[in-house]
Design a protein around this ligand. Structure first.
Ligand code: HAM
Length: 421
C-alpha cells in the first residue's frame, strides 16, 4: 500500500533537526526576556470573525488564504493565519489591557495560509512574534524594530536589509487613497485583473502586487510620504531619529504597504537580500484593539518567519548526545545495564542501553553513531566483580567503576571525577 504523504506546503521536523528548532526558540525566549516580553499561547483556531475584522476582509489572507471550516456546532472557525489578532483577543478577553501598561507579549506559533507553495512559502509555517500595547511613543516603534534586529543578530544572522515606511493614519490615508485611485484609474487598462478589483476597495494593495506591469505602474504612483498629516510625519521622523541613535540602518521604501489591513503609521520588513523574502515584518496598529472591541489602545509588533531563518543561521550549536552507552553481553548483564541506565537518568545523566539484543560489536557501532561521550561494557566478568571500564570515547582513557554505585558513576560522567587523574 502506498504511504500517505504530508499535505502540500507543510513540513515535518525530523529527529536530526529538532534541536535546531529548540535553538531558535531558546534564542527567541532570551531575546524577549531581555526587554521584558512575556510569552503567551493561544488556540490554533479562532472564530472566523476575529480575522475578517482583525486582519481585514479586503486582504489576500482573508479573501484567499484562510483555512476556514464549519465545526460540528455549525460555527465558522479558522486556523490562525497570523498571531496579532489572537494576541489582541487574548489580551481583551483576559482583561490584560486594564492592567499594567505597556503590555509586552511574545509568541511562538504555527500559522496556516492557503498560499502557493514554493521556496520559503508554505501553507503551514511558524512565526515568532512580539507585540506591545499601550505605547504611542516613537521609541516603542524603534524598540520593536530593534528587538527584531536583535533576535536576528542573536541567531548570528547578519546583513538583512531593513525597509521602513509610514502608511499614515486613517485620516491622511483616505486622502492618499483618493490620489492613488485617481492615478490608477487613468491607467486602468494596464492593471492586472486582480488589481482592477482592488482599485475601489483597497488601492494601496496595488503597490504590493507582484505582476510586472503593476510594478512598473506603481513606480510613478503618488507616494504616501507626500500625504502624511503633521502628526504622522513627525512620528515617522522621530522613529527614524531613534533608529539612527542606536545605529540601526534602514532603507525608506514608500512602496512598502504590507498585506494586512490593521497597520497605521510605521511599517517595516527585514529582507533577506539573497532570496528577496521578508524574514521578519511588522508595524504599528493603533486601530486594531478598538476594532476588536477594546478601548482605543495603540499597538505595535512584528513576526519572524521561522522557516525562512534556517538558511541564514550560521551555527545551530550541537545536538545532544548520550553521556554514556552501557553495552551488555547476555540477559543478566542486560538487566544490570538497564537498571544502571534507569538510575543514572534520575540524576539527569543521558544514558542508553541495548534494546535489540544485539552483539557487543553492533551495540558499540550504535553507541558511536549516537555520539555517546562514554561507553561501558558489562559481561560475566564485570557482573562478578561489580565493576566495569568506563571509557572516555574522546581520549580513549578508561577508569574502573562500580556500575551499581550510581553517585560515583554520576560524578565520573559529570566530569567531577576525572578519568585520567
Ligand atoms: P506577515 O508579513 O504576514 O505579518 O508575516 C510575518 C512573516 O511570516 C513574514 O515576514 C515571513 O517571514 C513569514 N511568512 C509569511 N508568509 C509565509 C509563508 N507562506 N511561508 C513561510 N513564511 C511566511 C504578520 O503575520 C503580522 N501578524 C506581523 C505582525 C505582528 N505585525 C504586527 N505584529
Amino acid at each position: 500500500m502506498a504511504i500517505i504523504k504530508a499535505p502540500r506546503g507543510t513540513n515535518d521536523v525530523l529527529p536530526q533537526d529538532s534541536y535546531k528548532w529548540r535553538y531558535i526558540e531558546s534564542v527567541a525566549d532570551k531575546t524577549a526576556e531581555t526587554a521584558g516580553y512575556k510569552e503567551i499561547r493561544f488556540p490554533t483556531f479562532e472564530e472566523t470573525e476575529l480575522f475578517t475584522r482583525g486582519v481585514g476582509d479586503t486582504t489576500d489572507i482573508v479573501q484567499k488564504e484562510m483555512y476556514t471550516f464549519e465545526d460540528k456546532g455549525g460555527r465558522s472557525m479558522t486556523l490562525r493565519p497570523e498571531g496579532t489578532a489572537s494576541a489582541v483577543r487574548l489580551s481583551l478577553e483576559n482583561g490584560l489591557l486594564g492592567g499594567t501598561l505597556p503590555l509586552k507579549l511574545y509568541y511562538k506559533i504555527n500559522v496556516f495560509r492557503y498560499d502557493k507553495p514554493q521556496a520559503g512559502r508554505y501553507r503551514e509555517f511558524n512565526q515568532i512574534g512580539m507585540e506591545l500595547y499601550g505605547a504611542t511613543s516613537p521609541f516603542s516603534d524603534a524598540e520593536l524594530i530593534s528587538l527584531a534586529k536583535l533576535f536576528l543578530e542573536n541567531l548570528g544572522i547578519e546583513g538583512t536589509l531593513l525597509k521602513i515606511n509610514s502608511i499614515g493614519c486613517p485620516k491622511c490615508r483616505a486622502e492618499y487613497q483618493n490620489a492613488l485611485r485617481e492615478y490608477f484609474t487613468a491607467h486602468l487598462n494596464e492593471l492586472c485583473d486582480t488589481c482592477k478589483g482592488r482599485l475601489q476597495r483597497n488601492p494601496m494593495r496595488i503597490l504590493d502586487c507582484k505582476s510586472p506591469q503593476d510594478i512598473a505602474l506603481a513606480k510613478n504612483a503618488p507616494k504616501i510620504t507626500d500625504y502624511l498629516c503633521e502628526e504622522c510625519r513627525e512620528h515617522y521622523s522621530a522613529v527614524k531619529t531613534a533608529l539612527d541613535s542606536v545605529g540601526i540602518s534602514y532603507e525608506e521604501d514608500s512602496g512598502l504597504v504590507r498585506g494586512l489591513d490593521y497597520y497605521t503609521k510605521t511599517v517595516f520588513e527585514f529582507i533577506d537580500t539573497n532570496s528577496g523574502l521578508a524574514v521578519a515584518a511588522g508595524g504599528r496598529y493603533d486601530g486594531l484593539i478598538e476594532e476588536l472591541g477594546g478601548k482605543p489602545t495603540p499597538g505595535i509588533g512584528f513576526a519572524c518567519g521561522v522557516e525562512r531563518l534556517f538558511p541564514l543561521i550560521p551555527d545551530f550549536g550541537k545536538d545532544t548526545a548520550p553521556d554514556i552507552y552501557i553495552a551488555s553481553m547476555g540477559p543478566a548483564a542486560a538487566k544490570a545495564a538497564f537498571e544502571t541506565a534507569a538510575a543514572l537518568r534520575k540524576n539527569g545523566i543521558k544514558a542508553e542501553t541495548d534494546l535489540m539484543s544485539r552483539s557487543v560489536k553492533a551495540q558499540m557501532k550504535y553507541a558511536d553513531k549516537t555520539g555517546a561521550r562514554f561507553t561501558a561494557v558489562i559481561g560475566d566478568e564485570e557482573l562478578e566483580k561489580g565493576a566495569a571500564d568506563i571509557r572516555d570515547m574522546e581520549s580513549g582513557e578508561t577508569v574502573k567503576a562500580d556500575f551499581r554505585n550510581i553517585p560515583e558513576l554520576t560524578a565520573i560522567l559529570k566530569n567531577e571525577i576525572h578519568i585520567c587523574d
